[in-house]
Design a protein around this ligand. Sequence first.
Ligand code: UT7
Length: 326
Amino acid sequence: MTSPYARITGTGSHLPPRRLSNEDMVAMLAARGVETSDQWIVERTGIRARHFADDGVASSDLALHAARHALEAAGRSAADLDLIVVATSTPDMVFPSTASILQHKLGVHGCPAFDLQAVCSGFVYALVVADAMVRAGSARCALVVGAEVFSRILDFSDRTTCVLFGDGAGAVVLEASDTPGILASDLHADGRHLEILCTPGTVAGGKVSGQPLLKMDGPAVFKLAVGVLESSARAVLAKAGRSEADLDWLVPHQANIRIMQSTARKLKLPPEKLVCTVDEHGNTSAASVPLALDVAVRGGRIRRGDTVMLEGVGGGFTWGAVLLDY
Ligand code: UT7
């Protein structure tokens, strides 16, 4: 039986307990001869702290906590799931997928489970794929997760990147519904810009080949991000036949407060309608949007019936938006 819509019925998130303030980062980097400051990080990014997973804790472990919270909020159990999609660029292994590992940790077996890799746009991409599968009748109760341990791929000798990122996971349960739901989506990629944000390494011949540490040309990413976040926001509103005035909340990828505020200003959205968690989470890549969504839902800001825009942007170069009635 197919239903015309897919709707988020529960959200959840998880941050590893080890919190590093900017001052902790300053001290950690100073010990390596790398200079930074709380003032620079706050002024340029809005970040005040991030969380790092302890050794031995993998993306699937963070995902498991977030998934359990989302299932509980939806009033569902893992046995109800008939689809698991995990967006991650820091999978537990080369293979199998983190989604298969998560399925096993959830104690269920049989439903399709796969990873989706679109870096910081990963959760938005995964939600669009799950929405299409639910509306096509391939699934009725999907778990969509963004989970990352970016601390594992940071170059702590590069102050232009290592102060920006953190670890965490966010999840939603997406279910078939007769009422909307996800209203419209807009996804893009442009591989011409792959070098401005990449982790150029892999495994070959049983050895690490290349340099599997994150590299970013921050100003180039910043410039592209502000443009595509505005164009994607306008495109998704047009597809849904809605306007900026219909928006109750904007939940953008949490990379830099200045990028988020610029998008909100262009959409003429009052600052209080911008959901912002970058100060406490840093940039958690694919986990950032579902983490921020869950914080806003559990904090009582996003309520049933609100119109919400989710936006992702990141390596690839990839970007996209989802408009939904919560
Ligand atoms: O998740 C995917 C999406 N990612 C993003 O959206 C990130 C987009 N980019 C950004 O958020 C910003 O470009 C950054 C936060 C990465 C950098 O901010 P910026 O205002 O573009 O600074 P900048 O790279 O132009 O650097 C300005 C100065 C430089 O010094 P000089 O050359 O002017 O003397 C840097 O060396 O700031 C210096 N700098 C630092 N100083 C202290 C760079 N990193 C640091 C640091 N601490 N951690």
